[in-house]
Design a protein around this ligand. Structure first.
Ligand SMILES: Nc1ncnc2c1ncn2[C@@H]1O[C@H](COP(=O)(O)OP(=O)(O)OP(=O)(O)O)[C@@H](O)[C@H]1O
Length: 329
């Protein structure tokens, strides 16, 4: 049996639609090692959900192969399902009138969890995701975060060695999102292999070991998360508006900031820059740059992954590679 948790080679998926074909996946190659968490990124429509659904045996590929712990997703469905937990999240798939515990029991039986030990499994999973206290309430009374945690409990109820998480923190407030990240981090410590789709840099930085970026149906980059962060290079976008002396940026500052834009009109200027890190030195440099100006407003926005995909992919392409860990057919 193969040593990898997930192995995808030359994977393709074309959808037939009226007026032509939609190529969601063209030629995808990637591996997830056992016990590894790989972040799957890509802009809207890049094919992340399609790939996740193929690995979850919810969708057939139209080309190439995909294996979970050595089992082919098209010819060995039963084993793949036994070994894989899936959390597609959102509002889908839960029975609103049933309680959290009833939902979990239903999906546990579907996942093949036997009667013996079922109650213990349910309690352990509810406890793990912090829903034990509300387990007997109807799901329709749950917050988004509670529903998402229930999805996670369902995905892990049969303690699968491989877990597919599609946007687990989408729509959650920061506290709920952090709670869910902690739940996933515990799974990592248990050695679960995870393919994690997210649009949030924080999810990826906190959880993933490696990052795979999908673009145009192919893997555009496959790098360690530390290298990804280095290539992405920035943590936040800062917009400063002021009057008086416009900022003067020299080469020394370039190592800390990248200026996206500096506009001036009627004595008012707006500076938009990307900040590499939030060290005291960075604040000092920003202060020096803004010197004699009068500051009217400062806006800080965390960098979104969408802001760095093309940047990272372009840098890797310039180096003539897509990154480490790539599998070429
Ligand atoms: N059932 C379908 N029929 C036709 N086209 C589809 C179908 N499912 C997906 N597609 C198309 O395949 C492409 C990839 O879609 P997919 O949902 O996998 O992207 P994604 O990366 O998950 O996007 P998002 O970040 O928006 O969720 C898109 O162009 C989409 O419109």
């Amino acid at each position: 049996m193969s040593g990898a948790a997930i192995e995808v080679e030359g994977l393709g998926r074309t959808f037939k639609v009226r007026g032509g074909d939609v190529v969601a996946l063209k030629d995808v190659n990637l591996t997830v090692g056992q016990g590894e968490i790989v972040g799957l990124l890509g802009s809207n429509g890049a094919g992340k959900t399609t790939l996740t659904k193929i690995l979850a045996t919810l969708l057939l590929p139209t080309g190439g192969t995909a294996r979970v712990l050595g089992h082919d997703v098209t010819s060995d469905l039963r084993e793949v399902r036994r070994l894989t937990g899936v959390v597609l999240g959102g509002e889908r798939g839960l029975y609103a009138k049933l309680t959290g515990r009833e939902n979990l029991r239903f999906f546990a039986v579907l996942a093949g969890v036997g009667r013996r030990g079922l109650v213990d499994r349910l309690e352990a999973a509810l406890d793990h995701v912090g829903l034990a206290d509300v387990a007997d309430r109807a799901v329709e009374t749950y917050s988004k975060g509670m529903r998402q945690r229930l999805h996670l409990a369902i995905g892990m109820i049969n303690e699968p060695p491989v877990l597919l998480l599609d946007e687990p923190t989408v729509g959650l407030d920061p506290v709920e999102a952090e709670r869910l990240r902690q739940d996933v981090a515990v799974l990592r410590s248990r050695g679960t292999s995870v393919l994690l789709t997210s649009h949030l840099l924080l999810d990826i930085e906190r959880l993933a070991d490696r990052v795979v970026i999908l673009a145009d149906g192919e893997v555009a980059a496959d790098v360690e998360v530390a290298e990804f962060a280095k290539l992405a290079g920035y943590t936040a976008i800062v917009t400063v508006r002021g009057t008086g002396c416009p900022p003067v940026l020299d080469g020394a500052q370039a190592s800390r900031f990248a200026v996206d834009d500096l506009t001036e009109a009627s004595g008012l200027w707006t500076l938009r820059l990307r900040v590499r890190d939030w060290s005291v030195e960075s604040f000092g440099h920003l202060g020096a740059v803004l010197g004699g100006a009068t500051i009217l407003g400062v806006d800080v926005a965390p960098l979104r992954l969408e802001d760095v995909y093309s940047h990272v992919a372009a840098q890797l392409a310039a180096n003539g590679r897509t990154g480490v860990g790539e599998v070429r057919p």
